[in-house]
Design a protein around this ligand. Sequence first.
Ligand code: FUB
Length: 681
Amino acid sequence: MKRTLLALACALAGTVLSAQNPIIRDQYTADPTARVFDGKVWLYASHDIISPVEPERRWFCMADYHCFSSEDLVHWTDHGVILDQKDVPWGNPEGYSMWAPDCVERGGKYYFYFPNAPREGRGFAVGVAVADRPDGPFTPQEKSIQGVFGIDPCCLLASDGNAYLYWSGMGFSGAKLKENMTELDGTPVRLDTPLPAGGLKEGPFVFEREGKYYLTYPWVQDRTESLVYAMADSPLGPFEYKGKIMEKSLSECWTNHHSFVEYQGQWYLFYHHNDFSPDFDKNRSVRIDKVRFNPDGTIEQVTPTYRGVGVTPASDRIQMDRYSGIYHVAAGIDFLDPARPFDGWFVRLGRPGTWVRYDEIDFGETSPEAVTFRYRAPENAEVSAPLSDEESLGTFLLPASEDWTEATLPVTGTATGLRNLKLLVLRGSADIDWVSFGPASAPSENVFADSSTHLEKYLVPAAGPSAVPDEEGFLRRWLLLEPISKPNRSNTVFTDSYLREVFSTPYFPGQLGSVLPKVGSRVKVKVEYQPPVDLSGGRPKFPQEPVVYEKKVKKLQWHAFDSRRYNVKLFRFATNLTEDRYGVIFWVATVVNCEEDIPDVRLSVGSNSASMWWVNGQEALLLSGDRRMVADDAASEPLTLRKGRNVIWGAVINGPGMSDFCARFIDKAGNPVRGITLTTE
Ligand code: FUB
C-alpha cells in the first residue's frame, strides 16, 4: 500500500485519497461526523497529531480541523484546514484541544460545532463557526455558546422543525437551538443517563429515523469503549437503552467515536480506531462500515472490517491487506515499514492453501486482460484468483523476489461488473501489497520474462522467421493455444469415439483451417469449468464427489514457441501461463514449408496422453487410450508433403497427468525428412 508520493501530495488541500479502512491514509483522523450535503458525503473529524510542544506527552493533541468529501466513500478529497485553534477568538490558541466536531446545514449556511479549551478558565466550551460552503471558510463566533460546558457537540435537525444541540460533560445534556443556530433556546436538559450503569459515556450522536430518535454513544468498559445506544419517541427523551452497536476493540484502543449517516439508501457507521498507531491510542484513524436496522428499528451490531465500504474499481490498486475475508493462521497483515505506518500494510499468505478475499471490485463492462501484482516471494509462488467456486481469473506464477516487485501477467478468465476476488496460494508463499487489473498491452510479453526461470527451460518464444527440424527431424516450432478446460478425472475415457467427438467440437474460428491464427491473438472459447485441483499433497487430487461442471467462456491466447527439447512440454506451458493444466485439451499447429513435393512420408507422433493429428486438413493420426509420450509411438499412412505450405494441426487431451508430444516426418526407411522449414503463418 505504498503511497509516498500521494502522501506528499496530500499535504496540499483538494487532493484525492483512495481508501478502504481506514479511509484517510496520510494523517490521523478521529471522532468522525459524516453528513450528506449536495449529494456528497462530507466528513468532519478531529485531527490527531503528536504534540509539537511536548512530543512525549501521551495525551490527545489537536490544533485544527480538516474536512473531507466523497461521492463513492472510496475516493476522499481532503479540503484542507477549515478551522485552526489560532483563529478562535474565545479559544486558547495553544490549547490543542479541538476535539470531536459536527457540522449541519440550515437555510444555506453551514454551522460547524466544536469543543475547545477556552482562553480563560478550565475545562471545555463549545463554539460554532459559520460558512457558506461545506468546506468553509468557517468564521468562528466571537464567543462560545453560552450555557454549554463540555465536549463532543452533536446537532440534530429534527422533523419537528427544530434544531437540537447535544454534548457530553458529567453525563449528556441537550437543548433546543434558536433559529440563529448559535444560541441555546432555553435551559439545557440533562438526558437521563441511559444504561449501562457505570463507566464513562461520551460522544453523543443523535439521529432520527422513521419517527424514532437514537441516542448513540461510546461507553467505557475495562478502559476501552464500545458503542451503544438508546431510543426515544422525542428528541430529548426519555431514552430507553437498547444495546451494543459495536464491541470494544480487542487491541484496547481506549476511545471509539462515531456517527451514522444514510447515503444513497444505505446506512453507514463512521467510527475510529488506532490502525496507524498501534502503540499510541491517541492517534486514531477513521473507518466506515455498513449498518443495518432490524424491522423493529433496533440496530444490528456492526463488526469492524478492514475492507470497509464502497466499490473499488478494478483498475485501482486493490489493497488486499484491507480484506473482506482471510483464511488460515499462516495468513495475516503487517506494516510495509513499521517506521512509516502511513505506507500501509501487506498481506502475508504464508503457505499453500492460505487465501485472502476482497469483496466488491468493479470490473466494469470490459473484462481485464492483465493483472499487476505488487508482491515479494521467497521462492516462485503460484497464486490463483478465483472469483467464485466456478470462475477464476487465472493462476499466476510470481517469480521469486526477495524485494518488493511488480509482475504484470495475462488474465485467462473473464470478469465484468461487481465481483469478489480471492487470491489463493497453490504453491510457495507470497506477501502481497496490492493487485490491479488493466488492458492487455505489454503484459503478455512480460510473462515470458516473469516466468522465464521455469518456462525457458522448455520453451522460448519463436525467434527468427523460420526454423528447421532438429537432427532427428523433430518439429520444434509450434503455435500453442492456452489449454481448454475439459475435465476428465482419468485418461481411461480416451476411446476413439470419445476423442472423435471431442476433437470435432468447434472451439474457435479457423480450427483446422489452412490459415493459422495470429501469434498473440486471443480467442473466446466455451469451456467446461473444473474447480481448481487440490495440489497440496504434491499430486493432483480431484474432488471425490461428482462435481457439476458449468460452461463458461474464457479468453485464450495463441503463443509461438521453439521447443528446447524434441518433445513439446505442454504441461510446463500450461503451468507457467495459465490456470488449467490438468483435464485439458491443447490445440497446436505448425506450417511445414517444402521446396518441392515430398511423397511417401509419414507423420510420426508420440503424446501424453491421447491426441489427434491432421495434415493439410486431412486426418492423419489418432492416438487413443491412456498413453505415455514415446517417440514414434504411432505413424500415419504414407502421404505427400506438397511444394509450398503444409499445415499441421494437433490436439492433445489429458486428465490428471503431465502433457507433452513430439512429432516428425519420416521417410520410407524411417529416416527424418530433410529440406523442410517451419513457420507459424
Ligand atoms: O478525540 C478526543 C476525545 O476522544 C473525543 O472528544 C471523545 O469522544 C473521544 O473520542
